[in-house]
Design a protein around this ligand. Structure first.
Ligand code: B1M
Length: 210
């Protein structure tokens, strides 16, 4: 039998979104377990590409193509898999804070988290502190991720953390974005800071002891 698991993983890492479904179909027709493909091809590809981005071996557009290819494969396989068979790593609500319209980096973080097994609710850009609180409650989130790309919107990040804490919500707060730093994260009382998408995945897993 052809080494479908490796071949599908390679297609994801190379961002071949037009070929992925045909190859998965071929593998499933030949008897490969769909869950095996999800765990050992799709998720594994994203696990390997994350550190490659951090080390500069691949760049943002390539990672976005890999994440897109992974999503295409996952959508195709979903009807064949019992949702209970996929162990969710945790529930994450992520968004860009009030006044800030930048969403490329936040979307990349969301995709990487989703690819790594988290249930992700991406609530979008320009989200007020109350919008975050509402989403945390609605989805019963384990983690909330706040993104800010402007120095002027870092204050909204601080206000969001304050409101979440004042409401006493049982959720880990993570922050990121170009102007944000570890020091700022500590200052505003967040539980963690990550400088890029792959370290955001590592941080979220650490925060939930996964
Ligand atoms: Co704007 N912009 N922008 N912009 N923009 C910056 C951020 C800026 C640095 C450009 C500059 O002047 N050199 C500057 C901010 C200066 C500052 O405050 N320090 C700036 C400005 C000033 C503005 C406007 C005010 C411009 C104007 O209108 N006068 C305006 C503001 C609008 C607003 O938000 N209210 C504005 C508008 C825009 C566009 C709409 C045109 C567009 C956004 C389009 C979009 O997002 N759909 C845009 C863009 C594209 C940029 C730059 C060029 C690129 C940002 C980006 O997407 N990077 C940016 C300059 C730059 O960063 N080189 C700039 C790629 C992305 C993958 O990286 O977003 O950093 P990044 O995300 C990374 C990490 O930061 C981290 O992981 C990601 C992946 O590795 N990360 C997290 C991000 N969020 C995270 C959350 C986490 C963890 C990690 O946990 C929750």
């Amino acid at each position: 039998m052809s080494n479908y698991i490796e071949e599908i993983k390679t297609l994801v890492m190379e961002g071949e979104d037009e070929e992925i479904v045909d190859k998965i179909k071929e593998a499933v027709d030949d008897g490969v377990d769909p869950l095996d493909i999800v765990s050992n091809s799709l998720i594994q590809a994203m696990n390997e590409i994350g550190p490659m981005m951090a080390s500069g071996e691949v760049f943002v557009p390539e990672v976005l193509m890999s994440a897109e290819t992974m999503q295409v494969g996952l959508e195709y396989l979903k009807p064949m898999i019992n949702e209970e068979d996929i162990d969710s790593a945790g529930v994450v609500v992520i968004g860009t804070v009030e006044g800030d319209l930048h969403d490329i980096g936040k979307n990349l973080v969301a995709m990487m988290l989703e690819s790594s097994g988290f249930e992700v609710h991406n609530i979008g850009i320009d989200q007020s502190p109350q919008d975050f609180v509402d989403a945390i409650e609605k989805y019963n989130a384990d983690i909330v991720g706040l993104s800010a790309l402007l120095t002027t919107t870092m204050i909204a990040m601080k206000e969001t953390v304050e409101l979440i804490k004042n409401k006493g919500l049982d959720v880990k707060i993570t922050v990121g974005g170009a102007p944000v730093s570890e020091e700022f994260a500590k200052e505003i009382g967040a539980d963690g800071y990550s400088e890029d998408a792959s370290s955001a995945v590592i941080l979220c897993k650490q925060l939930l002891d996964k």
